[in-house]
Write a protein that binds this ligand. Structure first.
Ligand code: G3I
Length: 372
């Protein structure tokens, strides 16, 4: 009788080799944020001008390795792309689009209609006809220019107050609440295929949520296209709670739209007067008590941040069928707007990469969450 030993040895070698390959493939597939979540949702970051212009090679490499979606942190806002009534300036936004194309990324446009970072000429319009014309020219020109290049737009940003009423912005004053539906209508006409989002902060607050839902329903009842809701997600270590976030995800999803987490960061610093959200007009004075980690973040706090991110991503994964994209508001801690908000000159640690572009504990906890 022929001995079966060589066959057994051969088969066990094949099995060992293939399981090693499976493990190394698994490891390789979890080598970056975008790979860890590739079957779930896009993982994005906001880019500042230096990152768009690829001023630092290490930063560019990190962005290309970790992220598959980008948003311009500032340069697509109206004060930059439409500085004068009859003048558009696409020099920097073209570079942003080129960056996304080069790295084969999902490109999100931020933002068409926002009351902040508006050029002077836009912010001074009071007349209804003039505002209608300005809105039409602004949205149509920009959306057509990037038709087929931008994958989704924040059409209207921050139009709802925390109590659910509509913000009395320059657009509202000239056009009433119709400016919201009209903006979506204009964007859809300029590029029928691009995804159109409403984007705002404090979207977990029940009163604000009710206002946003009312507003979105009105757009839908008019038969106007709205594809998604952007929850900015400028959060803190303990607030909002995971339950509050989940409730909002579920409520927005009932509208039949996609949900994107558009500007995620977690501040570890004390919040003045328990302030939440991202109302840019609110500023407070700096002092030692409000800036407790000027040099580095203690390990105990790194652990807390890592746990918070783990909880957040566990929730996102639970609702991955509803979530299209999770974008961090910046690449690393030094870039974060939170170093200057709501108190100027503090040192915050809200992101996954530190000042030296090193992965923090929070980075590993987000990668780990994907494995579970
Ligand atoms: O453009 C000037 C430049 O000329 C000047 O040299 C420099 C000196 O400080 O300031 C530059 O303007 C800054 C601008 O960012 C562009 O870099 C402003 O001071 C600064 O206040 C502004 O902050 C941005 C903020 O929006 C404005 O409201 C933040 O970087 C940006 O992260 C933040 O992003 C917003 C989202 O768009 C909407 N949701 C809230 C989020 C956080 O506020």
């Amino acid at each position: 009788m022929k001995s079966t030993k060589p066959f057994l040895l051969f088969f066990s070698a094949v099995i060992t080799l293939s399981s090693c390959t499976a493990i190394s493939q698994k490891k390789a597939s979890q080598n970056s944020l975008k790979d860890a979540y590739k079957n779930d949702f896009y993982i994005g970051t906001a880019l500042d001008i230096n990152q768009i212009e690829e001023k630092d090679t290490k930063t560019t490499q990190l962005i290309a390795k970790e992220f598959n979606a980008i948003t311009a942190e500032n340069i697509m806002k109206s004060m930059f792309v439409h500085p004068e009534k009859n003048k558009f300036d696409f020099e920097t936004s073209d570079k942003f689009i080129a960056f996304g194309k080069k790295h084969k990324m999902f490109i999100h446009g931020h933002t068409l209609i926002w009351h902040s970072q508006l050029p002077k000429w836009f912010s001074e319009i009071k007349d209804t006809a003039e505002m209608n014309a300005a809105l039409e020219n602004h949205i149509t020109t920009i959306v057509k220019k990037y038709k087929g290049k931008v994958d989704s737009w924040d059409v209207v940003n921050e139009a709802v107050n925390d109590d659910g009423t509509l913000r009395k912005s320059v657009f509202f004053k000239a056009l009433g609440e119709d400016f919201i539906a009209k903006s979506f209508q204009l964007a859809a006409a300029a590029d029928p295929k691009v995804d159109l989002y409403y984007n705002d902060y404090s979207m977990e607050n029940p009163a604000k949520r009710a206002g946003v839902i009312r507003m979105v329903k009105k757009i839908q009842e008019k038969g106007i296209k709205i594809d998604g809701i952007g929850m900015q997600s400028h959060w803190h270590l303990n607030s909002p709670t995971i339950e509050e976030i989940e409730e909002s995800i579920l409520e927005y999803a009932k509208l039949g739209v996609k949900i994107a987490i558009t500007e995620l960061d977690v501040s570890v610093l004390p919040s003045p007067y328990g302030m939440q959200g991202a109302e840019v007009s609110q500023r407070f004075a700096n002092n030692e008590k409000m800036n407790p980690y000027p040099k580095s973040l203690p390990d105990s706090m790194q652990v807390k941040l890592a746990q918070r991110y783990a909880d957040i991503f566990k929730l996102f994964l639970k609702h991955k069928d509803k979530i299209s994209r999770v974008t961090f508001w910046g690449v690393n801690d030094t870039q974060s707007w939170l170093n200057d908000f709501p108190i100027k000159g503090r040192t915050d640690y809200p992101l996954l990469f530190d000042a030296d572009l090193q992965s923090k504990k929070a980075y590993y906890s987000v990668i780990e969450a994907a494995k579970k």
